[in-house]
Design a binder for this molecule. Structure first.
Ligand SMILES: [Zn+2]
Ligand SMILES: [Zn+2]
Length: 279
């Protein structure tokens, strides 16, 4: 197989996932994976999300006693700085009113590197999930150009943040507004992103979602595999992430079909090295 490890798996400690660690380990062994990473969501700096991450860390540390090929990670998403500050002051998200301002919100992640490391977290996936340029962007109708611009901004910011190990699912979009034809993403944006990723020694994720979701077209899947291949050829290492939330199973054959047509062969998909993992 081209894919032999999986660095993006959600356990039941993510608010939107149901995989038990027992099930994940059984499935990983059945797939013959050499190493897996648990990356539950830390979307905000409130007690609820932090509590999920404490529980995830505890459970992974317990599992490591009997299965040593499991690594503790976390999935981080940029949030708007004023909301982060509000939560830091009030301890909760309720009551936050996004300020109107003429420029996009500054970005922040849910914890500092010291806080993450104190939990035994050894790496992070940083990934954009929603617009953060205007108030209440999540409730707006999807706007193709505004979304592309803001994903570009967030992904570039993540590529420059020292808490991020892997840029997770670049150009993922919940509603799949650009999943027909990847060429709507300007080439120049991906060139800029590649430069930042390379300079900052980031990994890029090959996320199974793009190749198995009913939302992506055949054309998009091939274009996306070629996008990953171009990054790979610039010596930006690629990791695999199933991003499983439930019924963790094996999607690698489907994903590898597209990777192979783009030129990937055995050995091209990386494991995180001990040097890249935090101690
Ligand atoms: Zn994600
Ligand atoms: Zn995820």
């Amino acid at each position: 197989m081209i894919i032999n490890s999986d660095w993006h798996i959600h356990s039941e400690y993510s608010y939107d996932a149901s995989n038990s660690l027992e099930h994940i380990v059984e499935a990983a062994i059945a797939q013959g994976l050499s190493r897996i990473g648990i990356t539950d969501h830390l979307n905000f700096n409130d007690e609820k999300f932090k509590g999920d991450i404490y529980a995830s860390a505890n459970a992974v540390h317990n599992t490591q006693k009997t299965y040593s090929n499991i690594v503790l990670g976390v999935e981080l998403t940029p949030i708007e700085r004023p909301e982060f500050d509000y939560i830091a002051t009030c301890g909760k998200r309720e009551g936050y009113i996004p300020p109107f301002q003429s420029s996009p919100y500054e970005l922040e992640l849910g914890m500092t590197k010291a806080q993450l490391m104190s939990l035994g977290i050894r790496y992070t996936i940083g990934a954009a999930h929603w617009r953060l340029d205007v108030p209440h962007a999540k409730s707006l109708q999807p706007d193709l150009n505004a979304s592309i611009k803001d994903w570009y901004r967030q992904q570039l910011w993540l590529a420059n943040d020292d808490r991020v190990t892997i840029l997770g699912h670049p150009w993922y979009h919940g509603k799949g507004i650009w999943y027909e034809d990847f060429s709507v993403i300007p080439r120049s944006m991906n060139d800029d992103l590649a430069v930042a990723l390379k300079e900052n020694k980031k990994y890029v994720e090959c996320n199974s979602h793009f190749f198995v979701s009913p939302k992506t077209s055949e054309k998009f899947r091939n274009q996306y595999a070629e996008f990953l291949r171009e990054l790979f050829e610039m010596n930006i290492p690629i990791t695999y992430g199933s991003d499983s939330h439930s019924n963790y199973g094996d999607s690698r054959a489907e994903v590898e079909r597209y990777l192979r047509s783009a030129g990937f062969v055995e050995g091209d998909i990386s494991e995180l090295s001990e040097n890249d993992l935090w101690s």
